[in-house]
Design a protein. Structure first.
Length: 305
């Protein structure tokens, strides 16, 4: 007689019903959904407020002078492309002449800052000499010195050398590492480069100049790019220095040329000035567009956040 083993039928597994969410849980879920929407809305409104002057300038460059200040909106009643044509030939020279003057000034300042500030930063970061810390502290103190304090003795010095009404007073100081901000930026970057690379190059027979140009400088691309971008932006928009040293209209840069459209005694050509202002912003936009990734990397790798 064989015993038959009977297995009991599996009982149906019943899952407990989910407990109803209480009011606090529902409130937290609603907050998670509404919070990002509110933050994005605030950011969009703030962005529109900040970009409104730029948009208004672009729209005003397409309006006749009689309608620029009558209609504060961003939709022109009728387009007036003649502002760009008139503004290009409104001054003693075509506006391209002033763009070339600013380009020459900016290129000279960029080359001077890159060469002088990088060499000075290498000396502070790698060389050991007497008074290094004191000199570095004095250099940092010049960051707090307003330009209006030194502009008078500088003007007297350049006037005695006969360099007033030339680009030399604006370009030559850049070759003397007068911008302490870029020196400090590069010092912080070089300190982050391992010194073992210098020692390996020194074993191969490299001196300080070969170490700098063949080892350090190729690794300083983010810091150099940051220096180039900021120097370009500052010198392209520089009005005070150009106003002090440039007196002949043929030597005017873009900021001084834009000022020439405003006449305190006669009629100011607002439409032409806005049109040329839009054109003068194009180089800045292009440089920042292609260099912003180097700019962010340069600040992130130098500890300046």
């Amino acid at each position: 007689m064989t015993d038959q083993l009977t297995t009991p039928a599996p009982s149906a597994v019943t899952t407990p019903a989910p407990a109803p969410a209480n009011a606090s849980t529902l409130r937290r879920r609603r907050t998670r959904r509404v919070g990002p929407v509110v933050r994005h809305a605030i950011l969009i409104i703030a962005s529109l407020v900040m970009i409104y002057p730029l948009l208004w300038m672009v729209v005003s460059s397409l309006r006749p002078n009689s309608e620029i200040f009558r209609n504060p909106g961003l939709l022109p009643i009728r387009f007036n492309v003649e502002n760009y044509v008139n503004g290009w030939h409104a001054l003693a020279q075509p506006f391209s002449h002033y763009l070339l003057n600013s380009t020459f000034l900016v290129l000279g300042c960029v080359v001077g800052n890159v060469i002088a500030c990088s060499l000075t930063a290498y000396a502070f970061a790698r060389l050991r000499f007497w008074g290094r810390n004191i000199a570095f502290a004095v250099m940092l103190m010049t960051l707090m010195l307003p330009i209006h304090v030194v502009i008078v003795p500088q003007y007297i010095m350049f006037s005695q050398t006969g360099w007033v009404n030339t680009m030399l007073p604006l370009i030559l100081p850049k070759f003397l590492a007068t911008d302490a901000f870029f020196v400090f930026l590069m010092v912080q970057f070089i300190r982050g480069i391992p010194k073992e690379l210098d020692e390996a190059a020194r074993i191969d027979g490299c001196g300080h100049f070969r170490i700098f140009f063949r080892v350090i400088m190729p690794l300083m691309t983010p810091a150099i790019a940051t220096t180039v971008i900021f120097t370009f932006m500052w010198m392209w928009n520089d009005f005070f220095g150009s106003l002090i040293y440039l007196t002949t209209p043929d030597n005017f840069t873009v900021p001084l040329a834009l000022r020439a459209f405003l006449d305190s005694q006669g009629t100011s050509d607002w439409g032409a000035m806005f049109a040329m202002s839009v054109l003068s912003l194009v180089p800045l936009f292009i440089v920042f567009l292609f260099g912003q990734r180097f700019l962010i990397r340069g600040f992130a790798t130098t500890g300046i956040k």
